[in-house]
Design a protein around this ligand. Structure first.
Ligand SMILES: [Zn+2]
Length: 194
């Protein structure tokens, strides 16, 4: 797609380039699964180059040399592109995010600074630091559990920890701001098994 970028020429008027309400465009694969978030200029170029169909528009208008169009909000590639699924970074923040900021023992939802990570099978028993052995835990439950297994400590887990799905990973990238309303129905579709 690189060489295509420079071939589209258009001028843009009446748009504040840094207005984030429409700065980002959701790019879907031909299969409708979310592929990336791109800036609106690149999205408009893809539209002009007829590489994509527009599924949702914003209410902003771009004036091109002989044409004008609404800035897209969601676009879909006509041709499927294969891509390598990126691994979700294993981090404390992402553990919390996977567990929705809830202690996996008592279920309480807390702020990050009130949470910690717990090895389900304690390290002293060979428990690994992996997606499937680390859960979000509140400090009281963490103390109560100590170096024991949940069963030994009389704690029941809310859910068996697992590696987050690709789609959840996509959401993680946008957790700092709510995706625009026009994206929502597309973010819950995935043509790819997770
Ligand atoms: Zn707890």
């Amino acid at each position: 797609m690189k060489e295509d970028r420079k071939s589209a020429r258009f001028s843009v008027r009446g748009i504040t380039p840094r207005s984030d309400a429409f700065e980002q465009v959701l790019l879907l694969n031909a299969s409708f699964e979310p592929l990336n978030v791109i800036n609106w200029k690149r999205a408009v170029k893809l539209v002009f180059l007829e590489k994509v169909e527009v599924l949702q528009e914003s209410d902003r208008i771009v004036h091109a040399v002989s044409d004008s169009l609404k800035v897209p909000a969601v676009i879909r590639l006509f041709r499927y592109v294969g891509f390598r699924r990126r691994d979700i970074k294993f981090s404390r923040q992402n553990i919390y995010f996977r567990d929705k900021f809830r202690c996996q023992y008592c279920g309480e939802k807390l702020r990050p600074k009130e949470l910690t990570c717990d090895h389900v099978i304690p390290r002293s028993r060979g428990g690994k630091t992996t997606w499937t052995n680390i859960v979000t835990c509140c400090i009281p439950c963490n103390r109560k559990k100590g170096g024991r297994t949940p069963r030994e400590a009389g704690l029941r887990m809310m859910r068996k920890p697992s590696r987050p799905s690709w789609l959840l990973g996509f959401h993680m990238r946008f957790r700092s701001h709510q995706p625009p309303a026009s994206w929502r129905e597309y973010l819950f579709l995935s043509g790819r098994p997770t």
